[in-house]
Design a protein around this ligand. Structure first.
Ligand SMILES: C[S@@+](CC[C@H](N)C(=O)[O-])C[C@H]1O[C@@H](n2cnc3c(N)ncnc32)[C@H](O)[C@@H]1O
Length: 248
């Protein structure tokens, strides 16, 4: 997980979104139970969920779409290790340019590829075949933060960036979906996610305290920890919506 040149990237994370192992297992089971034959994951990163669902559905063909080549390469390695490299294609593509409808569409933590959460839901609807499903994951406010609470969050964060969970579900329903499952993560899932996100840099710093890049990496890690602990912690939640599109 550490090299002399610099910290690893996402080396401690199974998925690049807050999610407990038990929740991921259940989502994989539920997605696979619908036996989707064509699956697309938009903003897949390395597509851990995509790989696991595809491995469970015999004959399914899957596409993972992302703009980050390094993450796509990790996805290809993961699919090869699971023996499904012939059924999962990891494609460098802009999320909003994908046009082929699928039985299962996944979009987790990547709504910004379309705009707001509501805009993403509207753009994703035609990509779900009638009778198919969307697994959508996005940030939601636990309560709308005040101006002074927004201040220590990531630069540029605004109250409009996210909505409350009921509003996000309303947006999905207004788009035409029916909600099959609505869930939001526990604080411990966010804390695990942020800790594991920072673990690349922290473990590297412990092993390389005198490195020429140590001051730069320390500054990045300290800033990120502040945005988390003094910023979004307890204010920002993360929702997973399993949404069905009615048959034609
Ligand atoms: C928070 S990560 C989530 C990754 C993955 N869905 C997961 O849950 O592990 C967001 C991903 O969206 C990708 N992304 C951001 N903008 C994109 C775009 N315009 N087109 C395609 N992918 C994009 C990023 O490269 C990143 O891998």
């Amino acid at each position: 997980m550490t090299s002399h040149d610099g910290p690893s990237r996402y080396g401690f994370l199974d998925c690049n979104s807050p999610i407990a192992a038990w929740r991921l297992d259940r989502q994989v089971e539920e997605c696979a139970a619908a036996a989707p034959q064509l699956i697309v994951d938009i903003g897949c990163g390395w597509g851990e969920l995509l790989q696991r669902v595809t491995a469970k559905v015999p004959g399914a063909q899957a596409y993972g779409i992302d703009s980050d080549l390094e993450l796509l390469e990790r996805g290809r390695a993961g699919a090869a290790a699971k023996g499904i490299a012939d059924r999962v294609e990891f494609v460098e593509y802009q999320g909003k340019d994908w046009e082929t409808p699928a039985d299962l569409v996944v979009c987790i933590g990547a709504a910004h590829a379309f705009g707001t959460g509501a805009e993403a839901l509207r753009a994703l609807y035609p990509l779900v075949k009638p009778g198919g499903r969307l697994l959508f994951g996005d940030g939601v406010w636990n309560r709308v933060p005040t101006e002074s609470e927004l201040e220590p969050m990531w630069p540029g964060t605004t109250a409009e960036e996210f909505v409350l969970l009921p509003r996000l579900v309303d947006e999905a329903v207004a788009t035409g979906f029916r909600p099959l499952r609505v869930e939001s993560v526990e604080q411990s899932e966010w804390d695990d996610f942020e800790s594991q996100f920072l673990a690349d840099k922290e473990s590297w710093l412990l092993a390389n305290p005198g490195h020429s890049r140590a001051a730069e990496i320390r500054e990045q890690a300290d800033a990120h920890r502040d945005w988390w602990l003094r910023g979004h912690r307890r204010l920002l939640g993360f929702a997973y919506l399993t949404l069905g599109r009615p048959v034609a």
